[in-house]
Design a protein around this ligand. Structure first.
Ligand code: MGD
Ligand code: MGD
Ligand code: SF4
Ligand code: MO
Length: 743
């Protein structure tokens, strides 16, 4: 592994003169720190949001120290948290706004870039109607920025169409939890995990994707807890599992119904809990009868004894927790999958007491907070529905507009791209999203981006998507703007501004407010600091489900985070939701929901007989824009690969390192084989963190869950063939040159 520069001098040697930052000055950029300040803040990457102290010298983050007192991670960090400080000084960091010209991108002034952006958006709206432009937001943004994006779309642009990259991530869980419990948040604080007697982990590669949660699982095991893992791949935590269920991709619903069938037929359910705290049990109990053990085993590929054992272990425990992530949720029946897991917890009374419950493991840094305050197409702040008249009236009052001025629900993320492709949406403003790498069916996404009449991007690197933009506005890294995020366990925490943006880059929220001003809407966006946005957000969320009214920056610092709902200054916050089994529905009941089976949108057949599933590796993050640039991480996994079981490899004469062409109903890509015994023989796995010819998303399909609108990233049908090594990186691995167009 490359040796990493630790000092500022070594960094300058490595990364060159871009490190000589001059602060942008003005607006939100006042914070100046004395040399070698330690700033207590949080990791910019995953939803665990580990506490970290950033070491700052001369307005540059030069390293880190552990933050041992922070109760979630007690100073522990994974490799990404350790190396994140290397981004700010990277030579690719955008330091100026860019405009596309015939010669490619050229630096420009903020005034030119902002006026041009505002003018083009308005022209498109004047010509084609307000909904001809759309906004993409992101769940790595602070909650203030996410709130701001929702307000910007509805008030500054007046468009229905705003959605965010969390649509690719957590929405199946949210769409299942909200009707079951009345709120979309993990019901448990992570301190409950060690207290469980049984942990059921479904479709979550905890060690690689939520590394610090692993320590909670080991604590549970140390205290005698048992671990059951459900995954088509034996992920690292599986080595220490008591029971492993190698489920066939896309069949969790059948497995969970099979487990419930065992529980009900053996009388292991918790009748008292079901009667006191739930409704809808009878319908689900009737559905379960069809899931007999033999058919379930056949369908899922899991041995019947293992299904029985898992059911008995889970139901037999006094305290059990089911943890899940995208392996359960990235399906065209992702909502039903999650509901089936919730049903299992309700039937066994595992909810609302210490060491019991279900929890989605949040993905993005602000995956939780980013889905609470209105950057979703169907949502207003406080997790309010955009179609709820009372919610509209409340938020309109806070915004100073009439309720009828708030547009109705618009398209979700993939639907926006489809509307662009068919010419219905003509302009797009995107922040904190790299759809060309992360949306399914990348060839389609690329075609759509090329059809846009105006495309503006706010990012700190020129992502693959940004290369298709007309204007790129140089925004801010997480450590460059203050705000809050909400972690996986529901804890609202404080992101500190450690440094100001370098060069002429600007903090994101200033860019949005400046743009609102250029659109003639400054009166609605008068903020000069994120705190003012937060205070408005508190009001806007007041009385809603995700009620932040009682949370302040000062309280967060004093109490090391506050769990929502927190409706007033003297409210202690709510670490464990649904205490005693009481949900947030008006009647206090939790709801069993029926979960009809649906086939995958891209089923295997004789031509495409193998399951392709996609996901992550520990050292890369999402579309890779950030981690592919971080020394010390990129070397750990510089290229994607295709994971194949030795039996499947043997049947095709494949040996380790061979080049393999993976073909789906969309197209094909060629990658090297990694032959491992830890995957089902009927399944292959490709990590998705790369663009162009290495992009797993060229292979995936656009089937969505009809309610959550999440794509089915976890199941595609494919076939494999041995290939010659790709000839050159530019032809075989890239897209070729990006478009040039007049602007
Ligand atoms: N290192 C790293 N950490 C990350 C991220 C990252 O990019 N890199 N991203 C963050 C984000 S945004 C997210 S959403 C999370 C994602 O965290 P995870 O959901 O844990 O990660 P994935 O790799 O997407 O998929 C999880 C597991 O699902 C399994 N799986 C595939 N198909 C199925 C199926 O049909 N059923 C079941 N039961 N399992 C299946 C895969 O084998 C894999 O082990 O990670 C977060 N943390
Ligand atoms: N095949 C397949 N595809 C998947 C998945 C999968 O498992 N398989 N997982 C899906 C999931 S769970 C997710 S969450 C998505 C993620 O997909 P994306 O959201 O597209 O991934 P990111 O890499 O986070 O892209 C964010 C972009 O925003 C920039 N950025 C980050 N932070 C900030 C900020 O604070 N301000 C600004 N202005 N810019 C910022 C980054 O530089 C990057 O260019 O991918 C999805 N796509
Ligand atoms: S576990 Fe997540 S939040 Fe913690 S250091 Fe790693 S990437 Fe950052
Ligand atoms: Mo995610």
């Amino acid at each position: 592994m490359a040796k990493l520069p630790q000092s500022i001098d070594a960094l300058i040697d490595t990364y060159g003169p871009h490190l000589n930052f001059t602060p942008a000055g003005g607006w939100l950029n006042e914070a100046q720190h004395a040399p070698d300040t330690l700033v207590k803040t949080h990791c910019c990457f995953c939803g665990q949001q580990c506490g970290i102290q950033l070491k700052v010298r001369d307005n540059t983050v030069i390293g880190f120290e552990p933050w041992e007192d922070f109760p979630f991670n007690h100073g522990m960090l994974c490799p990404k948290g350790v190396k994140r400080y290397l981004q700010g000084g990277h030579r690719d960091r955008l330091l100026d706004p860019l405009m596309r010209t015939d010669q490619g991108f050229e630096k420009t002034s903020w005034d030119t870039a902002l006026s041009f952006t505002a003018r083009r958006l308005r022209e498109l709206q004047d010509r084609h109607g307000k909904d001809a432009v759309a906004v993409y937001g992101g769940a790595s943004l602070t909650t203030e920025k996410a709130y701001l994006m929702g307000k910007f779309a509805r008030v500054a642009l007046g468009t229905r169409h705003i959605d965010y990259n969390g649509r690719l991530c957590m929405v199946s869980a949210g769409t299942a939890y909200k009707p079951a419990f009345g709120a979309d948040r993990s019901p448990i604080p992570w301190s409950d995990i060690p207290k469980a007697q049984v942990l059921l982990v479904v479709g979550a590669n905890v060690a690689e994707c939520a590394p610090i949660t692993t320590s909670y699982i080991w604590k549970c095991r140390d205290q005698g807890g048992k671990l059951i893992v459900v995954d088509p791949r034996m992920t690292p935590i599986t080595r220490n599992a008591d029971l492993y269920l190698p489920v066939r991709p896309g069949t969790d619903l059948v497995l969970l119904m099979g487990m419930l069938n065992v529980i009900l037929s053996e009388g292991l359910e918790d009748r008292a809990f079901i009667e006191a705290h739930t409704s809808g049990f009878d319908a689900v109990a009737a559905d379960v009868a069809a899931y007999d053990l033999r058919s379930v085993a056949e369908h899922t590929g899991v041995p019947p004894e293992a299904i029985e054992k898992a059911a008995r272990m889970f139901a037999g425990a006094d305290r059990a927790i089911a943890l899940h992530a995208r392996g359960l949720e990235h399906h065209s029946k992702g909502v039903e999958n999650c509901s089936a897991l919730i049903n299992l917890c309700l039937a066994t009374g595992h909810l609302g007491h210490e060491g019991s419950g279900c929890a989605m493991i949040t993905g993005q840094g602000n995956g939780q907070g980013g889905r609470e305050h209105g950057q979703k197409c169907d949502q207003l702040p406080g997790q309010r529905s955009i179609s709820d008249p009372e919610g509209r009236a409340h938020v309109a009052k806070v915004w100073g507009i009439a309720p009828e001025e708030i547009p109705q629900a618009g398209y979700s993320a993939v639907e926006i791209m489809e509307a662009i492709h068919r010419g219905e949406i003509k302009g797009l403003l995107s922040i904190c999203f790299n759809p060309l790498v992360s949306l399914p069916d990348a060839t389609f996404t690329r075609e759509a981006l090329e059809k846009l009449e105006f495309f503006g991007v706010i990012d700190f690197f020129l992502s693959e998507t940004a290369q298709h933009a007309d204007v790129v506005l140089a925004g801010s890294l997480q450590e460059e703007e203050e705000g809050v995020v909400c972690s996986a366990e529901g804890r609202v925490i404080h992101i500190q501004q450690a440094v100001t943006p370098p060069g002429n880059a600007r903090v994101d929220s200033r860019i949005i407010c400046d743009l609102a001003e250029h659109l003639g809407k400054k009166t609605f966006f008068p903020y000069t600091h994120p705190r003012e946005i937060f205070d408005e957000l508190r009001e806007a969320s007041r009385g809603g489900i995700a009620d932040y009214y009682g949370i302040t920056y000062e309280r967060i610092d004093r109490e090391q985070g506050v769990f929502w709902p927190c409706p007033s200054a003297d409210h202690p916050g709510t670490p464990r939701l649904f205490e005693g089994g009481v949900s947030m529905h008006p009647d206090g009941k939790c709801r069993f929901l029926q979960t009809p089976w649906r086939e995958s949108g891209d089923p295997v057949d004789a031509d495409f007989p193998i399951y392709l599933t996609t996901g992550r590796v520990v050292s890369q993050y999402l579309s890779g824009t950030q981690t592919r640039r971080i020394g010390g991480l990129v070397e750990q996994c510089p290229e994607p690969f295709v994971e194949i079981h030795p039996r499947l490899a043997g049947s095709l004469n494949i040996v380790p390192g061979d080049w393999i062409t993976v073909t789906t109903r969309r197209t094909e890509i060629t990658l090297q084989a990694s032959i491992v015994k830890t995957i089902r023989p009927d399944t292959v796995f490709i990590p998705y963190h790369w663009p162009g010819g290495r992009s797993a998303n060229r292979l995936t399909h656009r089937t969505l869950d009809p309610r959550s609108k999440i794509p089915e990233f976890k199941v595609s049908a494919c076939r494999l063939a041995k290939a010659a090594r790709p000839l050159s990186t530019s032809s075989a691995w890239g897209w070729g040159p990006t478009r040039t167009k007049e602007s």
